[in-house]
Write a protein that binds this ligand. Structure first.
Ligand SMILES: [Zn+2]
Length: 259
């Protein structure tokens, strides 16, 4: 079966929350929305965005994803957008549009002017927040929105800590928490190095902590483990991504509705 495109996710998240999708978002994945919500919309969404985890890594290191599947058992397999580069993919994830429409088509981090999930939420009286590592794509590309807050941290652990603080505070309707250690480690080494494998464990531990905070909040919340693209190893032995190959293009997300 052909995988749905990552561009279906934005309208799907909106449908889960019962809000209108941004202007250029592609149609929602109705099966996913029905399956995950059981027909009852959620009040809040928490998206954990761990960079660069492809489906092949989820399968190869199945034992490392046991905590992820425990916290969010619904696996949603998708095909990301091309080129599979971080700002390109996150711009598509949160506008629901192809790169040619949102305008980021290579590794650059301009502010996306296209109507986004965040704009749609703000228009409909919801309050979003982005928690991201300094100078990362998600620190940059959804700036300049009035009515949302940005929390910028030195690295992953501080982003997770801040995200949990925001979940506990219950002020926000939509919280995005971005982490990048695996992507960083594969560029320094390769996708299955010891350092990269340790980063996968850190992602899983962080996701588990976030899930515990979501559960403790008592609010009906859709929680997602939602990477942007996969990775492969180059002939010169370092890890990389950006090619139209399954290792880079096929991604697996994990979701669950709490409370
Ligand atoms: Zn990335």
């Amino acid at each position: 079966m052909e995988r749905p495109s990552l561009t279906t996710l934005c309208a799907s998240l909106c449908a889960c929350m019962g809000v209108q999708a941004p202007e250029h978002a592609e149609a929602a994945n109705e099966k996913f929305v029905a399956d995950i919500t059981g027909g009852k919309t959620v009040d809040k969404i928490v998206m954990y965005n761990p960079d660069a985890v492809g489906t092949w890594i989820v399968e190869k290191y199945a034992e490392k994803f046991v905590p992820v599947r425990d916290a969010a058992p619904y696996e949603l397999q998708m095909r990301t957008v091309f080129p599979p580069k971080t700002p390109v993919c996150f711009a598509s994830m949160y506008t629901g549009a192809q790169p040619a429409v949102h305008g980021i088509q290579r590794y650059v981090k301009p502010v996306v002017k296209l109507d986004s999930l965040f704009d749609a939420l703000i228009r409909q009286g919801k309050k979003p927040a982005i928690v991201a590592v300094k100078n990362s794509s998600l620190d940059k590309i959804f700036r300049e929105r009035e009515g949302m807050d940005y929390y910028i941290t030195p690295y992953d652990k501080e982003a997770v800590d801040k995200g949990i603080e925001l979940i506990d505070g219950k002020e926000y309707d939509f919280i995005l928490i971005y982490n990048q250690e695996y992507d960083d480690s594969i560029h320094f080494t390769h996708p299955t190095s010891r350092r990269a494998r340790r980063a996968l464990d850190h992602y899983a531990q962080s996701f588990k902590r976030i899930a515990e905070a979501v559960e403790a909040s008592g609010e009906r919340t859709l929680l997602g483990y939602a990477p942007d693209h996969g990775v492969h190893r180059e002939w010169y032995l370092l890890g990389n991504h950006g090619k139209d190959i399954p290792k880079d293009m096929e991604i697996s997300h994990f979701y669950h509705v709490y409370n």
